[in-house]
Every structure is written in structure tokens, then in C-alpha cells.
Ligand binder design. Structure first.
Ligand code: 15L
Length: 267
């Protein structure tokens, strides 16, 4: 069996750490990159550890070599100054896609976010919920960067035939923390299932998908993700009794809607 090598950027971030063991497979090597040093390899773990930034073109050229697929989780994960967002999220993703194109990497998964459509209203898009590929209505510069990377992914698919999946991730944490997350939670196990579906899909394409679990209170559509084989096995509802009381916000972006624009959010 030939070995599959998957480059994961942002491997030491919240989602990256949750995915590391879940994406391990016989015959697969995970090439892990983060600006913060990822944990060293455990015994028998098939990983390659790299420290650096996706904005470093020479490093990205190096790391895209001999790679079958890229899962791009790296970047700033909340609001920040326009300059930082532009450099790390938008320009960094361009640097990664360009390195992937030159190296001939056929498949890329981009971590987009619900904040690409943060100003969309909840519950006004029909019974199936907000479509995976509804047009952007970002709530922050961060949300703008997620809409921009979806566009970059579209460009690299249309121009170069790269298979690109953009995941509008809801809230991917060990467990939901508030009422909003009872609707938007993506369990870590479901996140790994969704990434596996993106890695396995047969037809090269371009798609924008919601990344959420099959939550009882879901307000977004899973149709696009299910079309490529994603089957959620989790539901945030089992945590409902343990989240503080509250109300579902009227807009997708929740608290990000009120975040001062361009102000670094340290949380
Ligand atoms: C995101 O895009 C953030 O990266 C994450 O930290 C959460 O804030 C999430 O959205 C969310 O909306 O819960």
C-alpha cells in the first residue's frame, strides 16, 4: 500500500490538536506545521513536525513537496487588525495554495468559518437551514478573510483543477459551551469524519460546506457535506442541561457581531 502524506497547518491550534490523533491512519503520515511548536511525536506516531508560518513561501514550497492533501487550519482564529488578518489569513492562504499548485498537490481543505456569513439571519432560510454555499455576509475582518479564502479556493479549482473543500466550521470544541453552540457545535469526532469525507471524495471539485454536527437545534444545512459522504454521529443536545441558560442569537455570528472591528480579540 502506498503511503499517504497529509500536511496539516495550524496543527498546534485548538482544532489541529483535536484532529491529530483522530486523523491518524495506517499508511498515512501527518506532516504537522504550526507557528507554535507542535508536541513531539509520540511512540509509533507517524508524524513529521515543523515549526513556521504559512506566510513563509520558501517553507511552504518545501512542505508541499510529496504531499497528497493539505488540511489548512492555520491562521488567526478570531478578530484582529486588518493588517494582521490580511497578512496571515488571506496572503498566507494564497502562499499555501500557490505552493500547493507548484508542487502538484491535488486536494486542499480550507478551514472557513461561520463568521464568513455572520450577518446572515438564523431561521430565515427555509426548513433545511442556511445552505452551505450561501453568499458571504462576514461579521468581522476575520469573517472577510474566510470569505476571501473561499474565493481563493474557487479560483485555484477553476484555474488549475485543484480539489478544494471549504468548511464553514461552527464551533469545534470538546463540548458546547453555550446555547448558541447547541446549534453550531461540530464535535471533534464529526470534524474528523468531515475531513475524511473531504479527503476521500472521488470527483475533483469545489465545494463550500457547513461543518456542524447533526444537532437537534441545527440551523444550517448538512446537505452539501452529506453529498460527499459525511455522516454526523453527534448531537450537542446531550450537553443541553450543562450549558448556562441563554437565547439563540438572531444572527449567525453571535458575539462576533458586536466585536469592535479590527480589535485584537485575545480570547
Ligand atoms: C470561529 O471561527 C473561531 O475560530 C472559533 O474560535 C469560535 O469562535 C467559532 O468561530 C464560533 O463561532 O464559535
Amino acid at each position: 500500500m502506498s503511503q499517504q502524506r497529509v500536511l496539516i497547518t495550524g496543527a498546534a491550534g485548538i482544532v489541529g490538536r483535536l484532529m491529530r490523533t483522530r486523523l491518524a491512519r495506517p499508511g498515512r503520515v501527518l506532516r504537522l506545521l504550526d507557528i507554535a511548536q507542535p508536541d513531539p511525536a509520540g511512540s509509533g506516531e507517524a508524524v513529521e513536525i515543523h515549526t513556521g508560518s504559512v506566510t513563509d513561501a520558501a517553507l511552504m514550497a518545501d512542505l508541499c513537496h510529496d504531499v497528497d492533501a493539505i488540511i489548512h487550519l492555520g491562521g488567526i482564529s478570531r478578530e484582529d487588525s486588518w493588517e494582521r488578518i490580511l497578512e496571515v489569513n488571506i496572503d498566507g492562504t494564497h502562499t499555501l495554495l500557490e505552493a500547493a499548485r507548484v508542487a502538484g498537490v491535488p486536494r486542499v481543505v480550507l478551514a472557513s468559518s461561520n463568521h464568513a456569513v455572520g450577518f446572515r439571519a438564523i431561521g430565515q432560510d427555509g426548513s433545511d437551514g442556511l445552505a452551505g454555499d450561501s453568499s458571504p455576509r462576514p461579521d468581522t475582518y476575520y469573517g472577510v478573510s474566510k470569505a476571501a479564502i473561499e474565493s481563493l479556493g474557487s479560483l485555484y479549482h477553476s484555474r488549475f483543477g485543484m480539489d478544494v473543500s471549504c468548511l464553514r466550521i461552527g464551533s469545534c470544541f470538546e463540548r458546547p459551551a453555550d446555547v448558541r453552540q447547541l446549534s453550531f457545535w461540530l464535535s471533534p469526532d464529526d470534524c474528523a469524519r468531515l475531513l475524511e469525507a473531504c479527503l476521500a471524495t472521488a470527483e475533483p471539485g469545489y465545494r463550500v460546506l457547513w461543518g456542524v454536527s447533526a444537532n437537534t437545534r441545527a440551523v444550517v444545512s448538512l446537505a452539501e457535506a452529506e453529498a460527499i459522504g459525511y455522516r454526523s454521529l453527534d448531537d450537542a443536545e446531550r450537553f443541553a442541561a450543562s450549558v448556562p441558560p441563554g437565547e439563540l442569537p438572531s444572527l449567525v455570528g453571535g458575539a462576533f457581531i458586536e466585536t469592535p472591528l479590527g480589535q485584537h480579540n485575545p480570547l
